[in-house]
Design a protein around this ligand. Structure first.
Ligand code: ADP
Ligand code: ADP
Length: 240
């Protein structure tokens, strides 16, 4: 499976964020998008997540131009893509319920997704995959704890577990470790590599080139309003 942005341009109002950017991610690889803050990494992730349509260019999933599909088909594609936002945005419930949120969204798609939230978080069973995902980020012993009681790093790990439990083909991570200490960072980076080894395609937006070196098979450098380079990570960082 390949998710691909081809020659996309996007902006807000009259401001263009980037112009003519192309990037793909396939299952079983990690692709980093690096670039300074404000350059458009989140914007590109939102396009890849099928949240927003690009102003120009195409986003395709397995060769299908998703914005030329009927909405139902596009939602099917979207369901195969998980995204972790920069802030964990956990809700006030147990760690288990937070991690299982995506699972329930998935089970109830599409009829209930808009209005079934309370119902969904009230449900108790069917959380097996959520616990497994919590194990991946080393939080299996905290399943019954209140999400409010977690540290920032643990909360990010739960957000990651929630995306994993959703069983995506493609996982998009927006600055997944930006405020985290080295220990929490290492847990998340390790979980990224485990996800890749299980066949998930991962895109990590980061301003940290060391992170790209540690986890990414390929790296895209976003600078100005274009992608400067996309290549094997070691070649991107190899000074000629
Ligand atoms: P990055 O993730 O690399 O920090 P963003 O994609 O968040 O960059 O932002 C790129 C540019 O687009 C910035 O100048 C930002 O201020 C602007 N921007 C992002 N989101 C919006 C929005 N919803 N409305 C208007 N401008 C936005
Ligand atoms: P809507 O977009 O119609 O508000 P949502 O299901 O997106 O419906 O959101 C309903 C409520 O659930 C909101 O208060 C939102 O903050 C919260 N919520 C949505 N998604 C998540 C999530 N992944 N994790 C935690 N809370 C969420």
């Amino acid at each position: 499976m390949t998710l691909e942005a081809t020659d996309v341009s996007h902006g807000y109002g009259n401001e263009t964020v980037f112009d003519g950017v192309s990037l793909s991610v396939s299952t079983g690889e990690v692709v980093a998008i690096i670039g300074p803050s404000g350059v458009g990494k989140s914007t590109l992730l939102r396009l890849l997540a099928l949240f927003d349509a690009p102003d120009r260019g195409t986003i395709s999933y397995d060769g299908e131009d998703v914005w030329r599909q009927p909405e139902g088909r596009r939602l099917e594609h979207r369901r195969r893509i998980g995204m972790v936002f920069q802030d964990a945005s956990l809700f006030d419930a147990s760690v288990r319920r937070n991690a299982a949120y995506g699972l329930r969204v998935r089970q109830s798609w599409p009829e209930r997704i808009r209005h079934g939230f309370a119902q969904l978080v009230g449900e108790q069973n069917g959380t097996g995959d959520a616990v497994e995902a919590l194990e991946t980020v080393g939080l299996a012993d905290k399943v019954d704890q209140d999400a409010d009681s977690l540290s920032g790093g643990e909360a990010q790990r739960v957000a990651f577990a929630r995306a994993l439990a959703y069983d995506p083909e493609i996982l998009l991570l927006d600055e997944p470790t930006s405020d985290l200490d080295p220990r929490n960072t290492a847990v998340i980076e390790d979980a990224v590599l485990q996800a890749r080894d299980r066949g998930i395609g991962v895109v990590v937006a980061t301003h940290d080139m060391h992170q790209a070196r540690r986890v990414a098979d390929r790296t895209a450098v976003l600078l100005g309003d274009e992608i400067l380079e996309v290549d094997r990570t070691e070649r991107v960082f190899d000074d000629p």
